[in-house]
Design a protein around this ligand. Structure first.
Ligand code: NI
Length: 187
């Protein structure tokens, strides 16, 4: 993958139980845009995400309680690739109702999968690590990843969003029993 960033360093991903995952992360002050602190954090999030085989990672997951998240959506089937992106101080406008069901996992809850309802699309306004404003709309899996990562900035993890805990399962069992099936569920 040519877009894969090779700089930055791998950081340890904290797991559920670490209080940082349950706290509201702080806004990044304007004076920190473009600083080494922020550019390194963005690069580290991307590198850690790729090396741990995730599609998204939020700063609290590496123990940094600031409103920064990273993601990368690999192209698959009819799903378009979305280049690696770091968002600082993102603000989301949720579009539609949270009725789109899809499987999620989380590097902070390793080995678990669950069916999570999300909004079908989201409007995003944020900054890059240099402070340049970014505004765009994301739908489908792209929108799902952003909603999942954004939740981490408010101390929320995917299991909090599940409406039917019977779909919570370990990855091996998920591969065996559920991966290819859309479990019928009420939301
Ligand atoms: Ni997560």
């Amino acid at each position: 993958m040519s877009t894969r960033p090779l700089d930055g360093r791998h950081r340890t991903v904290v797991r559920l139980g670490n209080p940082v995952l349950r706290e509201r992360a702080q806004e990044v002050p304007r004076e920190r845009f473009g600083t080494r602190f922020l550019t390194d954090l963005g690069r580290d999030l991307l590198r850690t995400m790729f090396e741990d085989n995730g599609v998204g990672l939020a700063a609290p997951q590496v123990g940094a309680g600031v409103r920064v998240l990273a993601y990368y959506v690999p192209g698959e089937g009819d799903r378009h690739e979305v280049a690696p992106q770091v968002l600082v101080n993102p603000v989301l406008t949720l579009l539609g109702e949270p009725t789109e069901l899809g499987w999620e996992g989380c590097l902070s809850l390793p080995g678990l999968r669950g069916m999570v309802p999300r909004h079908p699309a989201v409007k995003v306004s944020a900054f890059d690590t240099d402070g340049n404003p970014l505004t765009f709309e994301a739908e489908g899996f792209h929108g799902r990843v952003i909603q999942h990562e954004y939740d981490h900035l408010d101390g929320i993890v995917f299991v909090d969003r599940m409406r039917d805990m019977s779909s919570l399962m370990f990855e091996e069992e998920w591969e065996q029993y559920a991966k290819e099936k859309d479990l019928p569920m009420e939301v």
